[in-house]
Design a protein. Structure first.
Lengths: 245, 965
């Protein structure tokens, strides 16, 4: 049943534009943001994550190893408004789409993205069962915040943009905004993928449980990708500047 | 007429044969160095055998051969009862006083009672340092202790799967000679000796986390049994120290608690034995042995050959009061002081010598395959009282006790040497891989020398009956030295043969394997170059596919370096397959094509993943390394009885679906003549399989098929149809009829025909899961093929049509690996489904059953995927030219072979690195065996497939190359 949902969701998102070009084109309304704005977005989302971890550890005295599910939920709750509000400010097609609408679609994208991600995780071998149900949901909410929600807030259901951001093999972003969405999302996914590798080892450490090391991997990947994306934005801005001159 | 090796067909496929040859040689050499094998001989020693030996049948001189004791067998029994207390994983430093070591550690000096007795009663109690031989795992050690041999990883014998010892052994000899054996503790003993014990109290040993069940069970039964008189040999096997080591390590509280507990138990045991040891008491002539089967490292691991693992201990104590003390010149032991500063001795013994020494003490025949030597110190401890019964003490007043003891010992060694020589001769004659000729000659030489001296000494002994001379002692000593020399050289030879890896051979094998990988790579390039295509091209899709494929293969290969990933290999393969699936989905989103296929593929992988987990939970039941999985699926199955009914019906429905699919394919126009008949045969087979299953399960009351006939008749019919189809295909291959089909279509027809011919037998042997797995393979294969085509279609316009995407081949390989685990197999010998070997046949014929077992094990993971590989090529470009298809086909086969060979090469590297690892025999070696068998099968099937698929098409290419262009 869930599987059908993914199929249809993928399909429905595919339907609106019947014949898109495989090659990405430079869309005229692609917003470009200044380096300062980019810095603030990166800093706030990175700091938000750090703050959430600190808060969970010191105020609620839970951490990923002891209470994985609760901690993940806590991080998601703190990160959710930050990401949605932050990225909605940089929405595309500002004239058609109000700020509230962007926030709304971001909120809508959160559970849908979580569903897609949890299905992917189950295909990759995430444990299934009542014991893991809540943990998996909370984990995929967090992953959704890292990957899907920013893109939903910014692009909505524009298939062409989605293709460009997530499917292009030689990721050819055409603006600093693209870097900002594409790189952290890929970073989080690759980090989570790598984070799954220690799980089968027989070290018998508590953090080898699902989804603790995967979450650590995802967060580390996300943070690294934030740094990379910011430096790339700086380089790219200079490059553009030189070219314009 | 061209010579055969220059014919174009041969040119195409010779590379496959070359690779098969290289792999075969590499694996043969590597295996000779790594997998030590020994043949178990089905011979047993008997009391009457001794008449063939040159030795005296009784312990004293020939004059007393008319002894009234008729039960006397090979040696004169000197003890009546034995209590053997085995403490698993008993390190030497648990027993020996800490003064024997440089530093005193917290776990030392805990078994105080042993140390006290050993220092206070040097003549009747003694600590031995016992040296075990690797592999130091309990099962192998118990086997070694009781058979007196050197068990290897593969003891070729007739115990097919069951661990029971079929070789001659100490326990068997005890039972044969009327001794009553009682066992308590570790249930490995009852597995090894299923019907030998008069009474047994086994406790499960595989739960490592449980420190107390086995020990408490032992203690409960041990003390009451000591008061009973209905046994002769008592074995109590304690496991706590081993388990405590595995979980907490040696330097831990639980370990010390365990040792202190054992100290108390031993005190009580000795107290009871002591109290009954008076004349006429229950334990008047009882021998106590407290021993370890192997040592352990500080982390609690064992299995390898490091000193910590092989050094264990034996404490022996004789309860018969004896004035006789061991002659000092026999003492090779290291002297030392105990904690109170008293002098004490610790002797040394090889574990190999245990069985034969104890046999000689109890007076039973030595196990046939024993290569140990009767240990002088341990024998002296047991037999110290012998001389008081000596008959000729009065005859010769001058003859010292020592002399007589030595005479006795020489005779025992004589029997011992004769028995070992007999074993070596029989073994060399009957084993395929025996000892080398020079070694045998040398051994025979040493034995002949000892024998010659023996006949001289014997004469002297005869002379000495009446007059005592001083020259006797040196002669006896020389004789003992000669025998010991012979026995140690045999043991040394056996060790080099059965316990030492031959690193040079392993290195050579590995290097050849590595070279074969390079040849593989080069030949992929060569094939492409022959047709004027470059292997890699600028197209981003292919390049990225190549990178991903290499990445996945390298990751999967390197995961074999760790035992954890080998245990969960199915999950790892599935994880990687899912990763490539997600990658493909990404590509599908980019192209906006075949999204459905990509999603179906991912769903299929999810399905595989659950079946793999069911297989893992089955494995966890028997595996000692894998933790039990909380399997919610198993509990679900048991909860709903309706599930059972569904499990009966679904396979049949799927079978019908499969037949329908086949029917639809033959209604396609391109299936004509012979192919049509082949596929009709398969449909018939499927129907027969359905009937067979229906008649087997009781729920379907089929009046038509009577049970007795149906059970064996239908499977045999299916085998017959399968063989018929194959011969039909081979026939059509030989006498090629002209067909007006285009080549990729004819390739498809051939592939479908071949697969359908093979599938029925594979499905039948796989049991009820067969049709489901077959359907899953078809769907998976379809998805991979179509997704692979997407890349090619996308790039036709812009780049080289000859470039081939390695990603689908990699996926194919991963899917095949997943199918291996989906069908409930795993890389261990208890994972083989022996039941499959007996479908259709009740009696056991080794070759036939081995073939069935191979088909069942490798059917879905090797045979079918390899023969199905042309699908990846055939559909790619329907109108492409013939030689392009051939080139692609050979490239695909080369890539597939390369991927398999890469993983096997890494497995070889892994077993070389981990050859002293704790799990080398439990985990790495079975994985290695499965991998090499898989590789050789892959190579053989690739060769067969290349013969089948390449044969005709190539000839046509030669005949009319112009029409192609």
């Amino acid at each position: 049943m869930k599987a059908n949902a993914t199929t249809s969701s993928v399909k429905s998102s595919a339907e609106p534009k019947p014949e898109p070009e495989p090659e990405a084109e430079i869309s005229p309304s692609s917003p470009s943001i200044s380096a300062l704005e980019a810095l603030s977005v990166h800093l706030i989302s990175g700091l938000g994550l750090g703050l959430a971890l600190l808060l969970a550890n010191n105020v609620y005295s839970v951490n990923l190893v002891s209470h994985p599910s609760l901690t993940l939920l806590l991080i998601s709750v703190i990160e959710c408004p930050i990401v949605i509000l932050l990225y909605s400010r940089h929405r595309k097609n500002r004239e058609e789409c109000s700020y509230l609408k962007a926030v709304g679609r971001g909120l809508l994208g959160l559970p849908v993205g979580a569903l897609v991600i949890s299905l992917g995780a189950i295909a990759l071998g995430a444990p299934v069962g009542t014991r893991y149900f809540l943990t998996t949901i909370n984990w995929s909410l967090l992953m959704s915040l890292f990957t899907i929600v920013p893109a939903v807030s910014v692009f909505g259901s524009s298939w062409k943009d989605w293709q460009r951001i997530f499917a292009h093999t030689n990721c050819r972003p055409i603006g600093s905004l693209d870097f900002m969405i594409c790189l952290p999302a890929h970073g989080a996914i690759i980090g989570a993928w790598l984070g799954a590798w220690p799980m089968p080892l027989d070290w018998e450490r508590p953090w080898q449980e699902w989804p603790i090391c995967v979450s650590y991997g995802a967060m580390a990947g996300y943070l690294v990708a934030l740094v990379v994306s910011f430096s790339l934005i700086l380089v790219w801005a200079r490059f553009e500047h030189v070219k314009r001159d | 007429m061209e010579v055969w090796w220059r014919s174009p067909k041969w040119e195409q496929i010779r590379v496959f044969f070359l690779i098969l040859l290289l792999h075969g040689v590499a694996i043969l050499i590597f295996t000779r160095g790594f997998l030590l094998t020994r043949t178990e001989l089905p011979f047993y020693s008997h009391c009457s055998d001794l008449s063939q030996s040159p030795c005296f049948s009784s312990s004293s001189s020939s004059s007393s051969s008319s002894s009234p004791n008729s039960s006397r067998c090979w040696t004169k029994p000197v003890i009546d009862r034995v209590v053997i207390i085995v403490l698993d994983a008993l390190r030497f430093d648990f027993v020996a006083p800490s003064t024997f070591f440089e530093v005193s550690k917290p776990w030392m000096d805990k078994l105080r009672v042993i140390q006290k007795l050993a220092s206070e009663r040097g003549s009747s109690a003694r600590i031995f340092k016992a040296i075990a031989d690797p592999p130091t795992t309990s099962l192998q050690r118990l086997k070694g202790l009781t058979t007196g041999g050197l068990p290897t990883f593969i003891d070729v014998g007739n115990s097919f799967g069951a661990p029971a010892i079929v070789e001659d052994n100490f326990i068997h000899q005890l039972v044969q000679n009327g001794k009553r054996v009682v066992m308590m503790g570790d249930d490995t003993w009852t597995q090894l000796f299923p019907n030998h014990f008069k009474k047994s109290y086994p406790y499960p040993s595989f739960n490592v986390k449980d420190l107390h069940t086995v020990d408490n069970g032992c203690i409960d039964h041990l003390l009451p049994t000591l008061y009973q008189d209905d046994w002769d040999v008592l074995i109590a096997h304690f496991l706590g120290v081993d388990h405590a080591g595995h979980i907490f390590g040696v330097d831990s509280g639980p370990m010390i608690e365990k040792l202190e507990q054992y100290n108390l138990v031993l005190e009580k045991v000795i107290e009871v034995l002591e109290s009954q040891s008076g004349p006429g008491g229950l334990h008047e002539n009882t021998f106590l042995l407290v021993m370890g089967d192997h040592g352990q490292t500080l982390h609690g691991d064992h299995g390898g050959g490091s000193p910590e693992e092989v050094e264990t201990s034996i404490f022996a104590m004789n309860f018969k009061k004896s004035p006789f003390s061991i002659p000092p010149e026999f003492d090779p032991s290291s002297g030392g002081h105990n904690l109170d500063g008293k002098k004490m001795y610790i002797s040394s013994i090889q574990q190999l010598d245990f069985a034969v020494t104890l046999s000689s003490l109890l007076g039973v025949p030595f196990p046939f395959g024993s290569i140990g030597c009767v240990n002088a110190d341990l024998y002296a401890l047991g037999s110290g009282t012998l001389n008081s019964e000596g008959t000729n003490l009065e005859k010769c007043q001058h003859q010292s006790e020592l002399e007589q003891w030595k005479q006795n010992y020489v005779n025992v060694l004589c029997i011992n040497s004769w028995q070992v020589k007999r074993y070596i001769d029989v073994y060399s004659a009957s084993s395929l891989i025996g000892f080398s000729h020079e070694d045998l000659l040398q051994i025979a030489d040493v034995y002949a020398q000892a024998e010659k001296s023996w006949s001289n000494t014997t004469k002297k002994l005869f002379l000495d009956q009446n007059e005592c001379s001083d020259s006797l002692l040196p002669a006896l000593k020389m004789q003992i030295d000669l025998y010991v020399n012979f026995l140690t050289s045999v043991a040394e030879l056996a060790r080099s043969k059965w316990t030492e890896f031959n690193l040079k051979m392993m290195g050579t094998g590995f290097s050849i394997m590595f070279v074969s990988l390079l040849i593989h790579l080069l030949s992929i390039k060569w094939v492409a170059k022959q047709y004027g295509a470059s292997f890699t091209c600028g197209d981003s899709g292919i390049l990225l596919g190549l990178i991903v494929a290499c990445f996945v293969v390298v990751i999967r290969a390197s995961s074999f370096l760790s035992n954890s990933y080998i245990l969960e290999e199915g999950k790892v393969a599935n994880f990687l397959l899912a990763t490539t699936g997600i990658f493909k989905l990404r590509y599908a989103i980019l192209r906006k094509k075949m999204l459905l296929e990509a999603v179906v593929f991912l769903l299929l992988i999810t399905f595989c993943r659950f079946t793999i987990e069911i297989g893992l939970s089955k494995q966890a039941v028997t595996s000692q390394f894998l933790n039990a999985y909380p399997s919610w699926m198993m509990s679900m199955v048991s909860q709903f009885p309706a599930w059972m009914y569904i499990a009966e019906v679904v396979p049949m429905l799927v079978l019908i679906l499969l037949s329908y699919l086949l029917y639809k394919t033959i209604s396609n126009s391109c299936f004509v003549g012979i192919w049509k008949y082949v596929i009709m045969g398969t449909i018939l087979s499927y129907m027969l399989i359905a009937v067979h299953w229906a008649s087997e399960s009781g729920t379907w009351s089929l009046a038509l098929v009577s049970y007795g006939i149906g059970r064996n008749c239908i499977p045999r019919m299916i085998y017959g149809i399968g063989l018929g189809q194959l011969s039909l295909l081979a026939f059509s291959q030989l006498f090629n009829k002209d067909k007006g089909l285009d080549h990729s279509k004819s390739l498809v027809v051939k592939t479908v025909g071949m697969l359908s011919a093979l599938s029925s037998v594979v499905i039948l042997l796989s049991g009820k899961q067969g049709p489901l797995v077959a359907l899953a393979s078809i769907i998976g294969g379809c998805c991979i093929m179509r997704l692979g085509n997407m890349v090619n279609e996308a790039k036709d316009s812009m780049s080289d049509p000859l470039a081939i995407d390695p990603l689908p081949v990699t996926q194919w390989n991963l899917l095949a690996a997943c199918m291996f685990f989906c069908t409930g197999h795993w890389c261990a010998f208890d994972g083989l489904r022996y039941g499959a070997a007996f479908i259709g046949f009740d009696e056991f014929i080794l070759i036939r059953q081995a073939i069935f077992l191979t088909i069942d094990t490798f059917g879905f993971s090797h045979i079918l995927p390899i023969f199905a590989l042309p699908f990846l090529v055939a559909r790619q470009n329907m109108l492409s030219q013939k030689q392009f298809i051939l080139m692609r086909l050979s490239q695909v086969y080369l890539m597939y072979g390369l991927i398999t060979a890469t993983t096997v090469t890494v497995t070889m590297l892994c077993v070389t690195i981990h050859r002293r690892h704790l799990m080398v025999w439990g985990l790495f070696a079975p994985k290695f065996v499965f991998d090499i068998v898989g590789l050789i099968l892959t190579d053989v099937f690739i060769c067969l497939a290349s013969l089948f698929y390449f044969g005709r098409v190539e000839k046509e290419v030669l005949q009319n190359p112009s029409t192609e262009k």
